[in-house]
Design a protein around this ligand. Structure first.
Ligand SMILES: O=C(O)CCC(=O)C(=O)O
Ligand SMILES: [Fe+2]
Length: 227
């Protein structure tokens, strides 16, 4: 399932991230790539252990924590400390699947990557190309979002970032270990949750139907969640 999460960051937060990134040291994106993806990857990143990466990573994590749509779609158990990348004109990232297991830079604690996310930090009119293309059984989905918006997709998907032909594309990207690792089950939980939100707009929370579907949502999550 591919989900567009709007307004994860406010305009002020996006501007702040960009200010901090302006003064950061950018290195080769291959630093955090696996063997296959290193050959496909042609972009820049700020080092994982840099103070800018830590500070902005925490800002992104706080924003995710207050976002009910991200929580509903990703059902996060652990979120990998967010990274920051940039593609200048001539840069791209060919098709790859993200590594299944990633050690956290500070603790070495390993997380399983169930959900991949890109949080856009540049408005689409600032660059040409740079679409994130995600392949699933329905075909290819080309994604280019306003600054502050995020797309999440199953980490099992082949994906790529198209060549930038004008300007520069900046983003934060990170992985989530979900309480529900199977994308099919996670999709069902998301659709179920969204349907409950709709029902609760027209029925009181004390309504037997609302009690029933809410209870079943939690009981299904209890069956499927792995902590
Ligand atoms: O820049 C992006 O949107 C995606 C980056 C990516 O796929 C990766 O670093 O594995
Ligand atoms: Fe990737």
């Amino acid at each position: 399932m591919l989900v567009h999460v709007k307004n994860v960051l406010t305009a002020e937060e996006v501007a702040y991230c960009r200010d901090v990134l302006e003064s950061a040291e950018w290195g080769d994106g291959k630093a955090t790539a696996g063997q296959q993806s290193a050959k496909a990857k042609h972009n820049l990143q700020i080092p994982q252990k840099s103070p800018q990466c830590r500070e902005l990573g925490e800002l992104v994590l706080r924003a995710l924590g207050r976002n009910p749509t991200f929580t509903s779609a990703a059902l996060p158990l652990r979120v990998f400390p967010p990274l920051f990348n940039r593609y200048d004109t001539g840069m791209y990232f060919d098709a790859h699947v993200d590594n299944a297991i990633r050690p956290e830079p500070e603790t070495g604690y390993r997380i399983r990557t169930d959900v991949s996310s890109t949080l856009f930090l540049t408005p689409p009119e600032d660059y040409d190309g740079g679409e994130l293309v995600i392949r699933d059984t329905y075909g290819e989905h080309s994604v280019k979002l306003p600054a502050g918006d995020l797309v999440l997709y199953p980490s099992t998907s082949l994906h790529s970032v198209k060549l930038i032909t004008r300007g520069s594309r900046w983003a934060s990207f990170f992985w989530t270990q979900s309480m529900v690792k199977d994308d099919g089950k996670r999709t069902l939980m998301y659709e179920f949750d969204q349907a409950i939100i709709e029902i609760r707009k027209s029925l009181p929370d004390s309504h037997e139907g609302v009690l029933g579907v809410t209870g079943t949502y939690h009981n299904l999550l209890r069956q499927w969640a792995e902590l």
